[in-house]
Structure formats: C-alpha cells, structure tokens
Design a protein. Structure first.
Length: 151
C-alpha cells in the first residue's frame, strides 16, 4: 500500500507527501482562519508544558491543523463547513486513530470564545507524557565530542 510504512516496533504509520500537498500546506499556513491563528499563538514556542506543536502539518494524504509529535496528538479547528461534512471528518479521524493518532476537535467558536477551556482539554490530553517526551529536541548535527577544539 503506497504511503504506508512500518516503525521499528512493527506498527504501521502514514508516510510521505507530494509536491501538490506541500504547496497546499504552505498556502494553508499563509491563510489560517482567525481561530487557527489564536490557537497557534497559544501553542507555538513550547508554551504548553514544553511541548512542540506543528501548524498545518502534512501526514499522509491529510493536512492536520495542529500536531504534537511527542503526544501523537492531532488538534483540528472546525469552521462552519464542517457542519456539512461530519461523516467525512469522522472517517478521517477513524483513519488517523488506526495509526495511533489521538484527535481533538474544537469549533472556531470554542477557540475564539473559550480558549482557556480548549487549552485545558489539550493539557489533559498530554498530561501523562514524561519530561523527556515533552522536551525532546533534535540532536546537534555535530556531536560535541567531535567538534573541533579551539586553542
């Protein structure tokens, strides 16, 4: 099956993007809704418990509004159009859950008018992560031991 891979533990994962999807991601980042902008300002820069979130992140054929890799947590902010596509949204959520993703959905109204409650729900969904999972950062390109010494 194209776009599906396996992790070292043998679990399936969704992989890969395409150039058209990458272009769509760039467009979505430039044209975020007001609710997405508000939530992004609250999540970016490891403001929530030291967790790193990504904005408009591609996963397989999907673009996730917000994604926290350490918690494998997807956060979707749904506008009015989602009222007409509930079945499609549920199918997408089910598909992501099959790969171990947890999905939280909030409406624009919830984000814009009750941001504290939204943040509490996100905090609760991530509360069981260890300190290492919360602050995991990429390793430096050159290990310190291999770095040239200066006289």
């Amino acid at each position: 099956m194209s776009g599906v891979g396996r992790t070292l533990s043998g679990r399936q994962r969704i992989r890969g993007t395409t150039p058209p999807l990458e272009e769509a991601v760039r467009d979505l980042r430039r044209t975020m809704t007001p609710a997405e902008q508000v939530l992004w300002q609250a999540l970016r820069g490891r403001q929530l418990g030291g967790l790193r979130f990504r904005c408009q992140h591609p996963v397989g054929p999907f673009v996730l509004d917000f994604y926290c890799p350490a918690a494998k947590l997807v956060i979707e902010v749904d506008g009015a159009v989602h009222e007409q596509q509930r079945e499609q949204d549920q199918a997408r959520t089910n598909h992501l859950q099959q790969y171990g993703y947890r999905v939280l959905r909030f409406t624009n109204d919830q984000v814009l008018n009750n941001l504290d409650i939204v943040m509490d729900h996100i905090r609760q969904a991530t509360q069981n992560l260890s300190a290492t999972q919360r602050t995991r950062r990429k390793k430096p390109a050159i290990p310190e031991a291999a770095a040239p010494l200066t006289p």
